[in-house]
Ligand binder design. Structure first.
Ligand code: SF4
Ligand code: SF4
Ligand SMILES: [Zn+2]
Length: 146
């Protein structure tokens, strides 16, 4: 179990908010110690393979989006984005489309601020992971968050 939560005082980089609305900071691949992913929009060499080849990140229509996010695409929300959203809503209680709508409505800075507080364990204050149903520090369930 980790005992310090110093990471929480660091600013969340805009590069960690993917074009699909995913917040990479709450991803298991970003949070793990070994073979850590650098995040969707970073140029790091440690990008997880399935994200380097992601059909949304590599979508040709993204270059036509003024913001670089899917919500500014003419086809928004396309089938592939809807499928991803459904998978995350079903398996992880998080919605990509809600995230994207919030980024559009609030702006990236405010969205990031909200994410920092949303994904903090209410019990111990540690960073939560969307792919794990309980806090990795204290074991508290975060299922009531969404
Ligand atoms: S695996 Fe994908 S979603 Fe997770 S941190 Fe890497 S780029 Fe982001
Ligand atoms: S919403 Fe548009 S930019 Fe995003 S994956 Fe779908 S087609 Fe590509
Ligand atoms: Zn906790």
């Amino acid at each position: 179990m980790r005992s310090d939560n110093t990471k929480l005082s660091q600013p969340l980089e805009p590069e960690l908010i993917a074009p699909c609305g995913m917040n990479c900071e709450i991803c298991m691949a970003y949070l793990r110690e070994k073979n850590k992913c650098s995040g969707c929009l970073t140029r790091g060499i440690n990008k997880a393979k399935h994200c380097s080849t992601c059909i949304i990140r590599n979508c040709e229509k993204l270059s036509e989006s003024s913001s670089g996010y899917c919500f500014d695409c003419q086809d928004y929300p396309c089938k592939r984005l809807q499928n991803l959203d459904k998978r995350y809503r079903t398996n992880y209680r998080m919605s990509m489309l809600d995230n994207l709508n919030n980024i559009k409505r609030l702006g990236l800075a405010k969205f990031i601020q909200q994410e920092r507080s949303r994904w903090r364990c209410k019990h111990c204050g540690e960073q939560l992971c969307v792919h794990r149903p309980v806090c990795q520090n204290c074991g508290e369930s975060w299922s009531g968050l969404c």
